[in-house]
Design a binder for this molecule. Structure first.
Ligand code: DAH
Length: 355
């Protein structure tokens, strides 16, 4: 076979191979076999030196033409294949723009925030201000200035989330250094902040989140909401406390719910009470929801202890006051007979949309 025939055969073979190649990989195989380092066409080009000098120009010209044809054919097929790949991709990803969009369902205000705002409305109507306080609190405001003795169990690391121990090197007196920092365990510290910057008369509430290392169960959450209240003025009595909190419970729970004031102990009030509301499920008869007692606890309260006034420099001979702390999750549970406080933390719209 002459070199001309070989060249013609290679060109034909390449064209045939390209026509059959359906993928880029198959095309590449054809290219390598022809014009790769060890390809047939490359081999012939290398042999050009052995062609008799008089035939060389014609043969060289022919070889170059074949090489150009082969390259052109390869490039053309490459373009066809890449267009096919792109077309297939576009077809595969085609979106039907006539389909209706996916609509996001509209959220609602969380039940806890609804009740918190309702409580704010009740007290704003009585002329109270709404104050704010820090979530990260120092031991002085969370315990010490609230008259909590150094051995009060609530100071223990197991009952509070401490974040900074400021005890001198090596002493580790968590909960005793006034500058130790913790996530506030109660909003009562805001009483101290407000009395530090404002002289009586004081009529304020402070709603906010508090934190305790409790495992979540039906009645406990490690993070929950309180509304603190503080009144300091001349001539404030326990009668004012009771009148105010009875008004609050009637506004929130309705007129048919009774209240009960049970003596209790809090370091920062004396005397102190816990207030129960009659059970809405059994109306005081006693049921599973109220653990058979007919009552459910919703807040702590009392007359401000003169020791607290001493810490903030208010004259306890001239002024008296009362304070209270309402558990907002409890209020929600009582009003809607929620069997488990954890329902409030799930973010489940089927639950939240009911309120
Ligand atoms: N801080 C108390 C608690 O978390 C609740 C409380 C009780 C607040 C009596 C008060 C109060 O202001 O007077 O259990």
């Amino acid at each position: 076979m002459s070199m001309q025939d070989d060249l013609a055969a290679i060109e034909a073979q390449v064209k045939e191979g390209l026509a059959a190649a359906q993928t880029m990989e198959a095309l590449e195989q054809v290219r390598v076999a022809a014009t790769g380092k060890k390809g047939q066409l490359t081999a012939i080009m290398r042999m050009m030196g052995k062609v008799p000098p008089e035939e060389r120009p014609a043969m060289g010209k022919l070889a170059n033409t074949v090489r150009a044809n082969v390259d052109a054919a390869i490039n053309k097929r490459k373009e066809e294949l890449s267009r096919a790949v792109l077309d297939a991709k576009i077809a595969g990803e085609a979106a039907d723009i006539t389909l209706p969009g996916r609509s996001l369902s509209l959220g609602t205000q969380h039940l806890i925030n609804q009740i918190r705002e309702e409580i704010e409305d009740v007290f704003c109507g009585l002329g109270y201000t709404v104050e704010d306080g820090p979530y990260i609190e120092d031991v002085y405001h969370n315990f010490t200035a609230l008259n909590a003795p150094v051995d009060h169990p609530s100071r223990a690391a197991s009952d509070s989330f401490y974040v900074v121990d400021n005890a001198p090197e090596g002493k580790g007196d968590l909960g005793l250094s006034s500058s130790d920092l913790l996530l506030r365990t109660q909003t009562s510290g805001v009483q101290v902040h407000v009395m530090e910057k404002q002289q009586p008369p004081i009529y304020m509430i402070c709603p906010g989140t508090v934190f305790r290392p409790d495992t979540a169960d039906a009645n406990h959450l490690p993070q929950f909401t309180q509304v603190e209240g503080l009144v300091v003025d001349e001539g404030i009595t326990f009668g004012d406390l009771k009148g105010t909190l009875d008004y609050f419970t009637r506004e929130i729970f309705g007129k048919d719910r009774a209240t009960r004031y049970r003596p209790h102990f809090f370091p920062f009030t004396e005397p102190s009470c816990e207030v129960d509301v009659s059970c809405g499920v059994c109306h005081g008869e006693g049921c599973r929801f109220c653990k058979g007692t007919g009552w459910l606890e919703i807040l702590g309260c009392g007359m401000v202890d003169p020791n607290v006034f001493k810490y903030v420099g208010i004259d306890s001979e001239k002024y008296t006051g009362f304070a209270f702390g309402i558990g907002v999750e409890r209020v929600a549970a009582l009003r809607y007979d929620l069997p488990d406080l954890r329902m409030l933390m799930t973010g489940d719209e089927r639950f939240l949309h009911q309120f």
